[in-house]
Design a protein around this ligand. Structure first.
Ligand SMILES: *Cc1c(COP(=O)(O)O)cnc(C)c1O
Length: 242
């Protein structure tokens, strides 16, 4: 084992223990929470190492990096089960590429994007799990993280549910930088409940990152998107979140 592999293994152990403790503290089954390893800026080799340690779910936020990494991992580990989650802001002209490798898209926030992804998935002969990203609002105004306005979420859910190439899976949010995560995630839980009351299968709540996953799990997160706590710190790149 290389030093890097040992580091990833140790980080994964620590992370799994954190998630399990948070679940138990919330009276939830740790098995109901999926860890998505967000490996942006880190090499495909790190993803392959985590696959060998039993991680299945990987997240990326930029199409160019994600498509190259998905191809590299598939070439290195052709028999492995890997699920790719696209978690970043998505432009309509990138849906064709994303539909080629993504199993789940977390960042659907407008009807035209939903329609474009459905067309691309249909053309690729694939069915993609779709989460609605919700803008939980920032006192400082829009912070560029994307997301549908809370009032638009139910209509967007309706539209996704009508498209056979997409499966409405649930909701996602990135809390505003200036917000109290507990308040933001309580708001998300309320909106998730509203969607689920109409679409009972749309049970995914994608919430929680390295710094706040305990709070998110306490408020019902089913999927935590973890970068730093697993891979280590990222060099600052302007179009990456944080
Ligand atoms: C990078 C990223 C994460 C992971 O953030 P960490 O704080 O490094 O755990 C989660 N969600 C999205 C949308 C991201 O872009």
């Amino acid at each position: 084992m290389t030093a890097r592999q040992a580091e990833l293994a140790a980080n994964l152990d620590t992370l799994r223990a954190r998630v399990a403790a948070a679940a138990r503290a919330a009276g939830r089954d740790p098995g109901d929470i999926t860890i998505i390893a967000v490996g942006k800026t880190f090499p495909a080799q790190d993803v392959a190492s985590l696959v060998r340690l039993g991680v299945i779910d990987f997240g990326e936020n930029r199409d160019q990096e994600a498509s190259a990494k998905a191809a590299a991992v598939a070439a290195a580990l052709p028999d492995a089960t890997v699920r790719w989650h696209f978690v970043g802001q998505l432009q309509r002209n990138k849906t064709g590429s994303v539909a080629g490798y993504a199993d789940v898209v977390h960042s659907l926030d407008r009807a035209r994007l939903v329609d474009a992804l459905a067309r691309s998935a249909g053309r690729a002969g694939r069915r993609i799990d779709a989460l609605i990203q919700i803008d939980l609002g920032s006192a400082a105004g829009p912070d560029g993280r994307g997301g549908a306005a809370p009032d638009d979420v139910v209509a967007l859910a309706e539209r996704i549910a009508e498209l056979p190439a997409l499966r409405l899976a649930g909701v996602m949010a990135v809390p505003p930088l200036d917000a109290d995560p507990a308040t933001a995630y309580a708001r998300l839980a309320d909106l998730a409940h509203r969607v689920r009351s109409v679409h009972p299968d749309a049970a995914a709540v994608s919430a929680g990152m390295s710094g706040d996953l305990e709070v998110a799990i306490a408020h019902g997160a089913t999927h935590v998107r973890v970068g730093t706590a697993l891979f280590g710190g990222r060099a600052l790149v302007s179009d990456h979140v944080r």
